[in-house]
Write a protein that binds this ligand. Sequence first.
Ligand code: NAD
Ligand code: UD1
Length: 326
Amino acid sequence: MIIAPLISLSHKKVLVTGGAGFIGSHLVDALVDAGGDVSVIDNLSTGHVENLTSAGRKIRFVKGDIQDSETLNALSRGCEMIFHQAAVVSVPQTVKNPIESSLVNEIGTLRVLEAARLNGVKRVVMASSCAVYGDLPELPKTEPLPVKPLSPYAVQKLTGEYYAKLYSELYGVQTVSLRYFNVYGARQDPTSPYSGVISIFMKKAIENKRPLIYDDGNQYRDFVYVKDVVKANLLAALSEKADGRVFNIGTGRTITVNELWAMIGRFSGADATPEYQPPRKGDIRESRADISLACREMGFDPLCSFETGLRETFDWYRKALFLDKP
Ligand code: NAD
Ligand code: UD1
């Protein structure tokens, strides 16, 4: 899927927070391909410098924390856009550590917006989450629906959205919040129990081990391929109608956790029976996006089918995990 021609940056300065992470590193690759002068700030808490191998020497990488305003200010100077991806991304981890995670996800986000304001950055594109919708019964989720955060993570992401809107209205910093649904693809770290379910299942399948399924496995998610999420970020950076707004970024299609394991089993040959455990605290049960607003207003069009994306992802994990073996 070719995404770079969507945008031409011709040496414009852009900053990606969390750029060594899963989504951030794919975004960095696309911004480099588009000719951007790209800087990355990442504290490597869940990200890896190896994710930036293809961007290599074409970017400026700073190992640093978004809670450090001095570094953020230095990196934001002369910047046209900031793509804010850095966060504590795991719902259960924020349930376990509500204060530490809020320092990153709320105060850290505020520091990014403030650096943008002080340094005349034109636009900030923010990674928000469909977690803000919680478990209210209306489906699919449209942006005007009421929100019901069920975890510190969801509260923190919603706070980020509110601040973004405020910075647009109060200070004239253009902001766009993207409510990603469940993103999957190469480079999502499979080694932590806090990681995304697809990366964990990929590792289990390759090692032919039993996956752990919380609840009855009939909970479902709207999984969106990382390349489509990158595309959404580039569109959000350019779209004239996007300032101060919130957009769902998903596909409108869903799959249950049980179906997911069965599907991975079909093309990997893994046949281990899942082990079931009680539901995780703060989990939502059903999640499906209505993406018509992003399609209409920004020209978003998620092109990758789940089958294709999952196969590409599996091929990547097979290579990555095989090469890791001593
Ligand atoms: P990730 O963990 O791979 O990326 C997050 C990056 O932020 C990591 O590289 C990490 O090291 C870095 N980071 C964390 N705290 C930091 C700090 N204090 N200072 C600097 N860097 C810091 O996760 P991801 O899936 O790529 O998530 C990217 C963004 O997308 C996050 O904001 C997340 O909340 C959001 N999001 C992700 C999903 C998903 O399904 N993966 C869905 C909705 C929203
Ligand atoms: C994920 C993202 C979060 C994002 C949200 C949007 C990660 C780590 N989290 O959270 O940042 O905002 O999507 O919806 O990327 N499950 C199992 N077994 C496992 C792991 C998970 O059964 O080993 C189940 C969970 O209980 C859940 C579903 O799979 O029902 C998805 O879990 P997970 O991948 O962690 O995603 P979210 O919690 O939705």
